[in-house]
Design a protein around this ligand. Structure first.
Ligand SMILES: NC(=O)c1ccc[n+]([C@@H]2O[C@H](COP(=O)([O-])OP(=O)(O)OC[C@H]3O[C@@H](n4cnc5c(N)ncnc54)[C@H](OP(=O)(O)O)[C@@H]3O)[C@@H](O)[C@H]2O)c1
Length: 278
């Protein structure tokens, strides 16, 4: 089952294991990582999982583990595959290495970290996607996703006749209507939209009086309102907080129930704060 919150493990370096374990102790059951040593320490995530298993906090079956395949330009010298191998082989090697890091025989979701070009879906992406489908069919990944995609990428992926992704993971900017176009596309195709940088990309929106009013009404923080809004519009939010109190605060946002007018008002903050708005 897909959880209602994902704990993100980027940028935690030597604290990755301890923070992953803390997130599980705090109640997170979904973990997002990537086999991209430049920004993630996936083996550290595995150490955190192992500690949580040993402590009896969770079992593998309780968890939703998501990792990613990252093209070479997104990596540093610490590659999880042979750079001279073809892309299909790289995908297989990268996932095999992830399974080893996470000490599991499958991940719950395998995500293409970003398409090869910002301009559109290329034949490189098609090759990688086909290899990812092969991994899914072999049982090493339950579901597949794509990240850092535009509407154009998604339309071209679908037009190629390839398998529909289960997930889209995007940075969610309030100034572009909280990624409204991509979210609408996802809703149409029953793709779950995972939103990241909900707080860091939307500092202005978080300070907006509309958010402050709603937060005060619910005795919640603006951050909780943003996560509550995300869920109300069908998003699966990510948080990568390193703070135990923020972990509790973020999880507590699941109890927040915003009414239709409040959700609409937050959608409109997006418009007001958008380019040319206000
Ligand atoms: N697909 C991609 O390309 C991609 C790119 C970026 C991120 N991601 C994923 O998304 C995850 C989350 O990244 P993010 O960009 O959303 O940023 P983030 O790592 O969640 O950073 C949130 C920032 O806001 C602060 N903060 C303040 N109040 C908070 C609260 N109540 N709850 C949470 N944070 C609070 C945090 O500080 P404290 O630590 O002090 O709480 C932190 O500095 C990453 O770990 C990664 O898994 C994916």
């Amino acid at each position: 089952m897909t959880p209602d919150f994902l704990y993100g493990t980027a940028w935690k370096e030597e604290r990755t294991a301890a923070l992953t374990e803390l997130a599980l102790r705090s109640g997170f059951r979904g973990i997002d990582t990537a086999n991209q040593r430049r920004h993630y320490f996936e083996a550290g995530v595995g150490q955190g999982l192992a500690a949580a298993y040993r402590a009896g906090i969770v079992t593998r079956a309780d968890l939703f583990l998501q990792t990613k395949y990252t093209y070479q330009p997104g990596q540093d010298h610490r590659l999880p595959y042979d750079p001279d191998a073809d892309l299909s082989t790289q995908v297989a090697q990268s996932l095999a290495s992830s399974l080893e890091h996470l000490d599991t025989d499958h991940v719950d979701s395998y995500v293409l970290h970003g398409p090869a070009s910002g301009q559109g879906w290329t034949h490189y992406d098609s090759e990688v996607w086909t290899a990812m489908v092969r991994e899914r069919d072999a049982g090493r990944a339950r579901l597949l996703g794509v990240s850092n995609v535009s509407l154009r990428h998604l339309q071209q992926l679908m037009d190629s006749g390839a398998a529909t992704p289960a997930f889209v993971q995007n940075r969610c900017f309030a100034r572009v209507g909280w990624d409204r176009e991509v979210r609408a596309f996802c809703a149409k195709w029953k793709i779950v939209y995972q939103g990241f940088s909900l707080l860091t990309a939307n500092v202005e929106a978080l300070r907006h009086p509309v958010l402050a009013d709603i937060a005060a009404r619910h005795r919640a923080t603006p951050a909780q309102v943003v996560f509550g809004f995300a869920r109300a519009v069908g998003m699966l939010p990510l948080t990568g907080t390193t703070d135990a109190a923020h972990m509790r605060e973020d999880l507590a946002s699941r109890a927040l129930s915003l009414d239709r007018d409040e959700v609409q008002a937050i959608e409109s903050v997006a418009v007001a704060g958008g380019p040319g708005g206000r």
